[in-house]
Every structure is written in C-alpha cells, then in structure tokens.
Design a protein around this ligand. Structure first.
Ligand code: PLP
Length: 479
C-alpha cells in the first residue's frame, strides 16, 4: 500500500506540551471562541539565545532586532523587552506598541518607508532610523533640525547589488536605495553631519538564496569602505531577516508530496488539490510547465544555522569569509529575523463547524475560522494541522474551508489527510503560525470575530495561561 500523502508539522516540545491536554484547549475555546491563537513567550527567549550563540561562535558583537511585523502579540514583545534583544518596527503603531512594552529607543530600529509622525517619534526616542530612501534621509535631517532633537543614528538600506564575474541575480526591490546611488546618499550625510550620524549600511532580501545574500553583504562591506573613505564613521552592517523556518517533520514526506503533486497536475493520478490547483505548476502538451511557487517547507539549514552558513560563506571579491571580514574590521553585525525568531512560538486553534460531502465526492470540513485567520496557505506554506482529540480511525482526505461566504475562502487548496474522520466540535491545531500566519491578515470580514490570543507559560504547578495583553514577564518562572 502507498504511504499517505501527509505533511506532518514539526512540533517543538513546548508546543507538544500545550497540545497535550485537548480538554483544556477546548475549554479555552468555549470561553474565548474560535479561532484562538496561543503564543509561548518562553520559546522566543530560547530562540534569541540560539541566534546569540552563532554570534558567540564567530566572536562577533552586534544586535538582534525582532521584526515585529511577523506577529502582533504583546506577550512576545514583552518577553523580548525583558531580555537583551532589540526590535525592528515598521509602523508608528508598532513603535508605540514596543515603547509601551518597555523597550527604550536605543534598542529599537525603525525600518521600511516612514511617514512624518513615525519619523518624528523614532527620532524623538533615539531609535536607529533605517532609511529607505534619500528623500527620507533628507526629511529626517530637517525633522531633527526643526525640533532640536539629538543627532539621529541612521542606517542606509541598500538594494540592487551588482555582481562581478559570474552574474548573480539580485532581485529588484521597491525598498531601499539603489547601490549605485550610494555616493549621493553619502553627500546627504555629509551635508547634515550635525543632524545625522551614520551607524552603518543595511539590506533585507526576501529570498532563501545564500548566494544572493552573500552578494548583498559583500556590497554592504564595500559601501562601508566608501563611507569611511568620505570621513564618516559607520560601525555596523545590518543583514535584515529572512533566515527561514523548517515547518515539516519529515523530508521524505515533503519530497513525495511535491513529486506526486506534479504527477497529479499532469493528470496521471487523481487530483490532490481543489480543482487540481497546481501551486504554479501546469500541464502543457503532456509536460509539466511553470514552477512550484511554494515555500520550501522542509529545510534543514534555517534560522541560526542559516546565519552561520552565511557567515562562513566566502566573499567572492574580498576573498575571506564574511565572519572574518566583519571581525577584522571590528564591525557589529545586526540582524532582523521575523519568521525565524518566532519559530515554534505559537499555534492557532479552530473548531470544526461542519463536515459534508460535495456532489463530486470531496469531503469538505468547514472551520470556525477563515483563510485570513490561518494564512499559511496564503504565504505558500503547506503543512498539515493536528486533529484533536486523538482517536483511532481511518485516514481520510479532506478540504478545509473557512467561514466566509466566499468561494475562495479555503484554508487549504490541497486535500489534507487527517488520521480519522473529523466531526463537528473537533479541534484542528495549526502549529507554528506565529510567523505571519496568525494575525498578519486577520480582519473582521463578514463581521466574523478575529482570534483572541492567549499566552501560555509555565509556573511551578504546570502550565498557566492568560490573555495576551495581560502577559508581563513577571508571570511564569522561565520567560
Ligand atoms: C526590513 C525587514 N527586516 C526584516 C524582515 C523580516 O523578515 P523575515 O520574517 O523573513 O525574517 C522584513 C520582512 O518583510 C523586513 O521587511
């Protein structure tokens, strides 16, 4: 018999502990509704320590800035405020949130495009302003001058790095200053020496490719050299986020699934997806066309290991590893992991509302949640949920649909194999949702409720929980 096409999620020990008592989860949902997010602040502190260990092994100094956009939770931000991690904020709302959580300006980095209010508050509290454009830099200089603020520490975000020798594609970005425009940025910094202090240069690339990041890091090191040559005194290189997460427990399952998906798109086996959706693949004259547009959900080199690999990578132009180059120049290394820092920090629960069989024979499971509440699929991450409570049964393939009266409100466009037939009242736990899949896109469409978030933490007597907004680091004995 062929093995089932499953994509079992990787579940950390802490999350397994949280899932271990389904009656407790069910009681929480009776009180707070479906869907429900659970975050585990203790985990984020452990994750910070793992990134820190990579710095230690390369004898590097610098700052870790959590990219707040990955999750809105107050509990996670407050757990970070209690430690030594910094935070990257990309809006006025996020900046206000972290200030309220206890972050001081020296531990905050403001990234992304900024409006006047965001820029003013960032400068007022002494946050590092990671400038997205020349115009923004000029506006910051005039804000500092107009309000008599202390000089602002700035990073310059660069993009579109050019390779020498073997061409390496550097994807175009809407953000940052084109690397070729560095000289004019340095002119602005020169002109506004009283208002702006160059702390360093930065990039953030939304890619998993190490080669592309190595090219950007090399470009930043060369930019540092140019800035020093102009008499400026930058000390840090910021390599953004994008270290990635491994979502799945088993490499074999992932490889089997993706291979079979291609076979299904070609029509050589029964469809595995709603209306034979190909996730970017399509059949053309009997062959497979297009590219599979999904996140590589099974990856071994992710998070701190990915950072380590990048640091060990040799710069093509400068001839030594990036770790050595940073160390020799006494540069600080800044990173801004989002998804990677909230790896295994939370899960989303949804109650099964209805199970029915369509006229074409598909089993449709409607959840009391929608595809904005659980947006892994929107972010192209394919990973099975955990069905609770565990009971013996026969594996069954189902489609998971949301509670919006919209054709495309599917939580999964692929058939998910559950270990038994689900029934109304069961719970589905979508693990590892804290990085972008939990509340990034949640809204009140159709006046459906959005998930409440609770923080789970350990005390002497076992696990306790409270509403996310009521969690402060004094709770629990570990975070
Ligand atoms: C400037 C910046 N830094 C960091 C991040 C975090 O990226 P990731 O969650 O992939 O680590 C982002 C994400 O969009 C970003 O725009």
């Amino acid at each position: 018999m062929k093995p089932e096409l499953v994509l079992k999620p990787l579940v950390s020990e802490l999350l397994r502990d949280v899932l271990a008592v389904p009656e407790r989860l069910s009681a929480m949902m009776d009180a707070l509704g479906s869907p429900l997010n659970i975050v585990v602040p203790e985990q984020i502190s452990e994750n910070v320590a793992e990134y820190r260990a990579v710095y230690g092994s390369h004898r590097l100094s610098g700052g870790i800035y959590f990219a707040h956009k990955a999750n809105r939770s107050s509990a996670l931000i407050r757990a970070l405020a209690a430690g030594d991690c910094g935070v990257d904020v990309a809006s006025l709302g996020e900046l206000r949130h972290v200030l309220e959580a206890g972050f001081t300006g020296d531990r905050i980095m403001a990234t992304g495009p900024k409006d006047a209010e965001f820029l003013w508050l960032a400068a007022r509290v002494g946050a590092v302003v990671n400038a997205d454009s020349r115009e923004e830099l000029a506006r910051l200089a005039s804000t500092v001058a107009r309000f008599g603020l202390p000089p602002a520490r700035v990073m310059i975000r660069l993009s579109a790095f050019e390779s020498s020798g073997v061409p390496i594609l550097s994807r175009p970005s809407r953000f940052g200053v084109h690397a070729r425009e560095l000289a004019s940025v340095l002119d602005i910094l020169d002109e506004h020496r009283a208002a702006l202090r160059l702390l360093g240069v930065a990039y953030h690339l939304d890619t998993t490719g190490v080669e592309e990041k190595a090219l950007a890091l090399e470009g930043c090191l060369l930019a540092m050299h140019e800035a020093l040559g102009r008499g400026l005194t930058p000390t840090a290189v910021d390599i953004g986020g994008g270290f990635g997460v491994n979502y799945l427990a088993d490499r074999g399952e992932w490889e089997r699934y993706t291979t079979e998906l291609g076979t299904a798109v070609l029509g050589l086996r029964p469809p595995m997806t709603w209306q034979n959706h190909g996730y970017g693949l399509r059949a053309g004259a009997g062959t497979l066309r297009g590219t599979l547009g999904v996140y590589p959900a099974y990856r071994e080199v992710v998070g701190p290991r990915y950072l380590d690999e990048l640091l060990n990578h040799e710069s093509a132009r400068l001839g030594r590893s990036f770790a050595t180059l940073l160390l020799e120049n006494l540069y600080d290394l800044y990173i801004e992991p989002g998804r990677g820092l909230v790896d295994q920090c939370g899960l989303t629960l949804a109650r099964v509302a209805e199970v029915r069989t369509t006229h074409s024979g598909d089993v449709l499971v409607r959840l009391m949640a929608n595809s904005h509440d659980i947006s892994a699929e929107d972010h192209a991450v394919l990973m099975d949920p955990v069905l609770l409570p565990e009971r013996p049964g026969t594996p069954t393939g189902v489609y998971l649909a949301g509670n919006l009266c919209l054709e495309d409100d599917l939580i999964t466009r692929r058939k998910v194999t559950l270990p038994r037939n689900p029934v109304p009242g069961d719970l589905l736990a979508f693990v590892n949702t804290a990085g972008y899949f939990m509340d990034f896109a949640a809204d009140h469409a159709l006046m459906q409720p959005i998930a409440r978030t609770v923080a789970a933490y350990r005390e002497a007597g076992g696990w306790s929980w409270c509403l996310d907004e009521q969690f402060w680091p004094v709770k629990g004995n570990r975070s």
